[in-house]
Design a protein around this ligand. Structure first.
Ligand code: CP3
Length: 343
């Protein structure tokens, strides 16, 4: 039997001497080798749908830094595209999609089990990675959470306050809930196929969970995460799930127990000491260095990294940023963070 991977040990609840480490958006524009492969692919979406090149960019940060986990290179907006939405990226601005303004737009979407043909290249990327990754590196698959994906589908773009999605929820709740249900089912299908292809862990990104309050948070962030986790556990009982209800604040408390997730990822708006006390008490946590330290570096990076490692040292912890690394980050600061965590 091979040694269990460090990431899998933390997810199983083990408290390790030094935490495993990986980074959200670790394959990204801050790396010159990523920019070169992306140019070779032509554009971002062509890169996502090219299994050889998507596997290559996934492997780049593993070769450079030796992270404990690789995350599949893809995007949370491939699911809307697989459901029939138009998707394109505007350089320097971000994603654009056809919009969902009511029941007529919703009716044009495909069904949850129709996504696989479109997403086949993603499954192929996972297969390549499961062969090519070093034996100590865990492979993480992922999808967007239904609410976060719905915010992009409804507005047709990223929005500062998710206003259009909140408006549809208020004005046409039946269509809104039908969309959440469709995305929940499609996400189960999608993640299950990633697991069949070789993903060892899956992560659900709910980047905009923080704009759901009170009962809405329960119904549209927690409930879908629970449905997805439970359906996956029924099919793949040994595959851990990481939930990331970003900016959930007090909503992080009890989220793992309520959904069945094995780990909750914490953003950097939350104090590590607070999260250790109120969230890590339920099991593994991931996080939560502010991504800005990857730009600024220096002693502040070292001090803050040490503070977070120490705060979470009493329980299972995966070191990560509180959100994705930004294109202006300095690759040397990433090495400094890793050296600090592992020393
Ligand atoms: O983490 C990883 O390295 C794995 C790959 C990954 C990407 N996007 C690649 C990507 C993952 C896990 C995502 C998740 C994702 N995508 C989220 C949830 C996490 C988060 O950041 O909150 C969201 C909201 C998206 C949607 C999305 N994709 C946006 C809003 C943008 C444009 C903003 C930007 O950073 O340019 C993207 C593009 C994107 N996805 C890039 C990468 C590396 C940059 C595209 C490029 O190369 O030009």
């Amino acid at each position: 039997m091979a040694e269990p991977k460090k990431l899998m040990r933390a997810l199983a609840g083990e408290t390790l001497e030094t935490p495993p480490i990986w980074m959200m958006r670790q394959a990204g524009r801050y790396l010159p080798e990523y920019r070169a492969t992306r140019a070779q692919a032509g554009d971002f979406l062509s890169l996502c749908y090219n299994p050889e090149l998507a596997a290559e960019v996934t492997l780049q940060p593993i070769r450079r830094y030796g992270f404990d986990a690789a995350i599949l290179f893809a995007d949370i907006l491939l699911i809307p595209q697989a459901l029939g939405a138009d998707l394109w990226f505007v350089t320097g601005e971000g994603p654009r999609l056809s919009t969902i303004t009511g029941t007529d737009d919703f009716a044009k979407l495909k069904g949850a089990s129709d996504v696989h043909e479109h997403l086949a290249p993603v499954y192929e990327t996972v297969k390549i990675l499961s062969k090519e990754l070093p034996s100590e590196t865990a492979l993480i698959g992922f999808a967007g959470a239904p609410w976060t994906v719905a915010t992009y589908m409804i507005a047709g773009r990223g929005t500062p306050d998710q206003g259009p999605a909140h408006a549809l929820k208020a004005e046409d709740r039946a269509t809104f809930e039908a969309l959440i249900d469709l995305l929940t089912d499609a996400t189960i299908e999608y993640l299950s196929m990633q697991i069949d292809a070789g993903a060892e862990v899956v992560k659900i990104f709910d980047s905009w969970a923080g704009s759901l309050k009170a009962e809405d948070f329960q119904k549209y962030a927690l409930e879908p995460a629970k449905k997805i986790t439970q359906a996956l556990k029924a099919r793949h009982p040994n595959v851990p799930v990481i939930a990331f209800p970003r900016e959930a604040g007090d909503g992080y408390i009890g989220f793992a127990n309520a959904t069945g997730a094995d780990c909750v990822a914490i953003d950097n708006s939350v104090e590590a000491d607070w999260a250790a006390k109120h969230v890590q008490s339920d099991g593994c946590v991931q996080g939560n260095l502010a991504p800005g330290h990857m730009v600024t570096g220096g002693q502040a990076l070292i001090d803050e990294t040490k503070r977070i490692v120490k705060a979470f040292s009493g329980g299972p912890h995966i070191f990560n940023l509180g959100h994705g690394i930004t294109p202006d980050a300095n690759p040397e600061n990433v090495q400094l963070m890793i050296d600090t965590v592992r020393s």
